[in-house]
Every structure is written in C-alpha cells, then in structure tokens.
Design a protein around this ligand. Structure first.
Ligand code: ATP
Ligand code: MG
Ligand code: MG
Ligand code: MG
Length: 483
C-alpha cells in the first residue's frame, strides 16, 4: 500500500514532470492579508499574482499547502470528528498556471494522475461542470464539458450550480467556473443498490469531493458585469487526507496512516480502542484532528491568547481537552505528549514543527494545565445548569450561565454551545452578549479606580475572558482585560 508520504511525493513529482516549480507551503497564519485570519486554501499565497500585482517565480507552480478552515467564509469546525472527511487543518495539494496552460491540460493531467499514478478505479470517479447562470450572465462551461466528455463520457459528468461550481475572489476581481472531481468509495454491494452519481455533493461519507479545478477567466467589475480576462489562470486544490483515503482504500480519512499513529497513541494512553464506541471514536477523531491544527499554528508563530487568531487556537485546544476529559477519561494533560510523534511524522514536509517541538509542546502543556484547573468545576456547574434548564421545561441555557462559565471557568461560548447540543439544548446568545456587556460596564468603572498595574484597559475592548492564573507569559496574556 502506498504510504501518505509516497502519495504526497507522487503528486509533487507528477507536476514537476509537467514543468512545475515546487514551492513550500506558506505559513498557516496569514500575514499581509487583512481579509484572512488563517490560510484556508492553496491559492491564498498567490493571490497577488492573480490580481496582477507581481510576477510569479514560474508560470507553473505546485505545492502542498497547510490550510485551516475554522473561521470566516470557510468554517468546517462543527463537522470535524462527527464526519470523517472535514478537518480543521488539512493539506491542500495544488497546481497552478499563471497565464499559461488552461482547462485541457489541467483536467487531463488530473485524470492522468488519479487513474494512472494513483490507480483509482475509473468507474468510481465523477466530475462536475458549471451549468451556467442566466441571471448572473455567466455561461455554461462548454469547454470543460467537452474535455470531460472525451475523457470520462457524459454519464460521469454532473452539472453544478454557482454555489459549488463558480469561484469568485470577492465582490469584484478574478472569477470563473470550477470543475470538481468526486470519488465513490462505497463497497460493491452498496454501489449496486444506488448510483454514486446521485450521491455526489450529498454529504455521503464515502462519496466525497477530492479535487477542485478553478478556472479564472473573468473579471467581475464593480457594476456586476463580467469581462473576459486577458490572461487566464488555473488554480487547483486537492484534499490530501481524502486522497490518501481513496488511494489506501479506506472508508474514512482517520483510517489512513495520516491519523492512525495519533489515534493509536492516544487510544493507548487512555485504554480505548478506536472503532468500538461512538463517542470515544468522535473524541479520538477530534483530538487527532485538533492537535495538528494547534501544533502547526503555534509552530507558525501564533500563540494561544484571548483575541483573534490566538483565541481561535485556544478554543480549539479547549474543545479537544474537554473531549478527552469527558469521553476518554483524561484528568491530566495529554495533548502535549502527541507533539513528538507529529513532529517526526511531518519532519520532511513541514520541518517547522520538528524545529520547535519542545517549545510547541510546552505551550500546549501550559494551556492544558490552565484549562484543566477549572474544567471539572465548570462541567459540574454546567451539569447543574442543564438539569435545571430541563426541569424548567426549557431547551435554552440562560445567557448569564453561559457568561459565568466563560468568565469564571474559561469555557469558550462555542464549547458551552457544543455541550448544550449534546444534551439536546441550545444557548441564549443574546442573553450572553447582554451579560458580557454588563460586565464590560462594571470593569470600565472599576478600572478607573483600580491600582493593579497589570489591568490594562483599552477604550473599546471587545472581549473579557478568564485566562487562568499563571499563563504562559506573552504580553497579550499578562493583561486580564483586553481587546
Ligand atoms: P467540501 O464541499 O467537501 O466542504 P469544498 O468544496 O469546500 O469541500 P474546496 O474549497 O473546493 O472544498 O477545496 C478544495 C479541496 O480541499 C476539496 O476538494 C477537498 O478535497 C479539500 N477540502 C476542503 N475542505 C476540507 C476540509 N475541511 N478538510 C479536509 N479537506 C478539505
Ligand atoms: Mg467546504
Ligand atoms: Mg464542495
Ligand atoms: Mg469544492
């Protein structure tokens, strides 16, 4: 069986043989792009080239890009662990043409790579083509249709709408149709019952999208009209973990060697075997997923903190710790101990983790310690609140309870919402915001009389959150109240 390392290398070698320059992944933390918190696609680091600012080092480039989809337009966090093919952090394999080759080459190469190099079964592959949108003035992608028809035949082509098959950088700017490649990994018996074609884009865990080919050929003008671009570009992205699932003949990304080491390691530590219990499996998946995101974001220079990108990471970490606590019985920090294993696994492709392995593990250990100190009491309180809520025939946890859990026990609001959901409840977000606002007013007043020099108040700070008592010492965490 091809290992994940080999699968990644084959991709890069294939495009190298088609005269692509192989470049390293950009950092996960998006620098110099105010519209993006984290890198969420392969093309992000090349955005300027598509906008005509600067010249790429080569007209053909390929790489594997670390991506994180936990905020903004692409937020897959709620699916992670519950499904088997969306991750927080994943690798996106990509190839690009900057004003060089176009649809013909891109689509036939993707077919060649999938069926000849990876030897995926041709009768399990479906492709999609943009159907056009009259209202918006974008035409049906006849060109892609004709190319695919010659390769796979009409019966394997699906027409897709604007949501799935048309890409736009923003309100204005480059845009164009996409063509996605999907694979049906169900067993023969199931395939005999229902055609895979019907299941494409239907959230079936074994009929998944693996690759997206975007063709930038128009520019959206401020008045909404579309003008053909003088030079046309190709931007593709393939989910590496999904590709590994397909090539290794697995039913879930987590069954591939990308995740099996971590799952085995964590399972050993807590005495659970993956595949035996629904909730411990979800917890093992969440942890195997989240630790990668946390580790690589820290290695790329973003420490957990109480605001923006740092708070996203802290929330992901607390989520994982709580899954470990509730479903795997962990009472002591455990996440940090996975780092050496991950560092070795990715040493060749993303050496930044190996290079900072001890530091990353230390940051995570501090975070775990700080959250575990309040987790148990917070969960006890939340259990009480849940029981009360139910006894009052309500399905909504009150806002001030959500606030107290956040303020006193360090429970991110989405974590409380998640636990509420597991109990068939939701949270009162408006009520939470009101409680938060009231707290801000109080702090503002207090701060004017407070003598504590570590309380630094910003006039219009937005978030007030408990950070634990002896946090890792970064300047952003020495202050209790901050923006
Ligand atoms: P999906 O419809 O499955 O959410 P997408 O259409 O949002 O995927 P694209 O933006 O087209 O994804 O990204 C290109 C490729 O990256 C996808 O074809 C898929 O293989 C992979 N991918 C996207 N999101 C994730 C994720 N959260 N985890 C793992 N792989 C992903
Ligand atoms: Mg998506
Ligand atoms: Mg999709
Ligand atoms: Mg897609």
């Amino acid at each position: 069986m091809m290992t994940s390392k080999e699968i990644r290398q084959q991709f890069l070698d294939f495009f190298k043989s088609k005269e692509h320059l192989i470049v390293p992944s950009a950092p996960l933390v998006a620098k110099n792009d105010p519209t993006l918190m984290f890198n969420n696609s392969g093309m992000a680091q090349f955005k300027d080239f598509f906008l005509g600012n600067g010249t790429p080092p080569s007209k053909r480039i390929a790489d594997t890009q670390k991506c994180l989809r936990v905020s903004g337009k692409h937020n897959d966090l709620e699916d992670v662990g519950f499904d088997t093919y969306h991750h927080t952090m994943f690798e996106m394999l990509g190839n690009w043409s900057f004003g060089d080759y176009f649809k013909k080459e891109a689509l036939s190469w993707s077919w060649e790579l999938l069926t000849e190099v990876y030897k995926l079964p041709k009768d399990r592959i479906y492709v999609s083509v943009f159907q056009g949108d009259d209202k918006d003035g974008v035409p049906f992608d006849q060109e892609a249709w004709d190319i695919w028809k010659a390769i796979v035949g009409e019966e394997r082509i699906i027409l897709g709408n604007k949501k799935d098959n048309f890409w736009e950088m923003g309100e204005t700017g480059p845009c164009g149709p996409c063509s996605e490649i999907h694979i049906d990994l169900r067993d023969e018996a199931e395939v005999a019952l229902k055609s895979g074609k019907e299941l494409v884009n239907n959230d079936h865990p074994q009929v998944v999208e693996i690759w997206n080919n975007v063709f930038m050929q128009f520019e959206r003008m401020a008045d909404g009209s579309l003008v053909p671009l003088p030079s046309r570009h190709v931007d593709t992205g393939m989910g590496f973990e999904r590709l590994c699932m397909a090539v290794q003949g697995k039913q879930s990304n987590y069954d591939t060697d990308v995740f099996q080491h971590t799952i085995g390691f964590v399972g050993n530590k807590c005495g659970k075997v993956y595949g035996q219990d629904k909730w411990s499996d979800i917890a093992l998946r969440v942890i195997a997923d989240h630790i990668r995101a946390i580790a690589f974001v820290i290695a790329d220079g973003q420490l957990p903190s109480n605001n923006k990108a740092g708070y996203v990471i802290r929330r992901i970490l607390r989520r994982a710790v709580r899954y470990g606590y509730t479903y795997l019985g962990f009472r002591e920090p455990f996440m940090h101990s996975i780092i050496p294993l991950l560092a070795d696994q990715f040493a060749e492709v993303f050496p930044e983790l190996k290079a900072q392995q001890d530091f990353v593990a230390k940051v995570i250990l501090e975070e775990e310690n700080s959250f575990l100190r309040t987790l148990e009491n917070g969960l006890t309180l939340l259990d009480k609140i849940i029981a009360e809520t139910k006894s009052q025939q309500s399905t909504v946890i009150k806002g001030d309870a959500v606030f107290e859990l956040n303020d006193t026990f360090g429970f991110p609001v989405d974590l409380t919402a998640l636990i509420a959901r597991e109990n068939g409840l939701s949270i009162d977000e408006e009520g939470y915001k009101a409680a938060l606002q009231a707290q801000k007013e109080r702090s503002r007043k207090d701060a004017t009389t407070s003598a504590e020099d570590w309380v630094i108040l910003d006039e219009d700070f937005e978030k007030v959150e408990f950070v634990g008592y002896d946090e890792f010492e970064t300047t952003s965490q020495l202050v209790k109240f901050q923006k």
